[in-house]
Design a protein around this ligand. Structure first.
Ligand SMILES: [Zn+2]
Length: 226
């Protein structure tokens, strides 16, 4: 009853399209759940996503769950996770993404999930790391453990939208620092982030992890720009 009154006073809206949700809907409306652009985690090779990574380092897989476009619903959705405190939304989407991974038996290959760390100062300002929220959801569905220590972001780099991948990449060389490589040495690590545009941040992080002794690395972004 109380919930109903609250719903009338402050109707909950879909995080992607802002339409008022039905009582049976949670976080996303049914239409968005069906229609948000998802390329499928099983892209045949070579594909547009691998083109962002191939030739830069040796890795196994790169996945993305949603496709985002400028001004589209997915971009709006990611904005809520990143800047509007929607941590439960991040976790919910992570659970959904993890259950898709399960369908293809991917998780058996990955031994650890490593969310891209955020600089301490920024985590403090925002109160959470959105990549970690997504990783928690994926871990809940797949039962792959998350590693939250051992790698830090030591520079609060601000990548610029007009920079190309080479420029972004060279500015990212000293952004991450490995403090305890023994936590992931010899393991196949799944690196998780919220969004992927050029892939430069994920590549810089992946190279660091591989150089510090990970057996193999794969990448998963909740949303990627095609
Ligand atoms: Zn919607």
């Amino acid at each position: 009853m109380f919930k109903r009154i609250l719903q009338l006073l402050y109707p909950e809206v879909c995080f992607a399209c802002s339409k008022t949700l039905l009582e049976s809907e949670k976080l996303l409306c049914t239409q968005c759940r069906l229609e948000l652009p998802r390329p499928g985690l099983f892209l045949s090779k070579p594909n547009w996503l691998r083109l962002k990574f191939d030739g830069w380092m040796d890795y196994q897989d790169v996945h993305c769950f949603f496709l985002f476009s400028e001004g589209g619903r997915v971009q709006h959705l990611m904005h809520q996770i990143k800047y509007k405190g929607a941590q439960d939304l991040g976790q919910f989407l992570g659970i959904w993404c993890g259950s898709e991974l399960n369908k293809y038996n991917w998780p058996s290959a990955y031994e650890l999930i490593l969310p891209i760390p955020m600089h301490q100062q920024r985590t403090h300002q925002r109160g959470y790391n959105q990549a970690l929220c997504i990783a928690e959801g994926i871990s809940l569905s797949t039962h792959i453990p998350i590693l939250m220590t051992g790698v830090e972001r030591i520079k609060n780099s601000q990548t610029l939208i007009h920079q190309n991948r080479q420029e972004r990449f060279s500015g990212l060389e000293d952004v991450f620092q490995v403090s305890d490589p023994s936590l992931f040495q010899g393991k196949h690590v799944l690196i998780v982030d919220d969004t992927l545009t050029t892939g430069a941040t994920m590549l810089a992080f992946g190279q660091k992890i591989k150089a510090a002794g990970a057996r193999q690395v794969s990448f998963l972004a909740l949303a990627a720009l095609q």
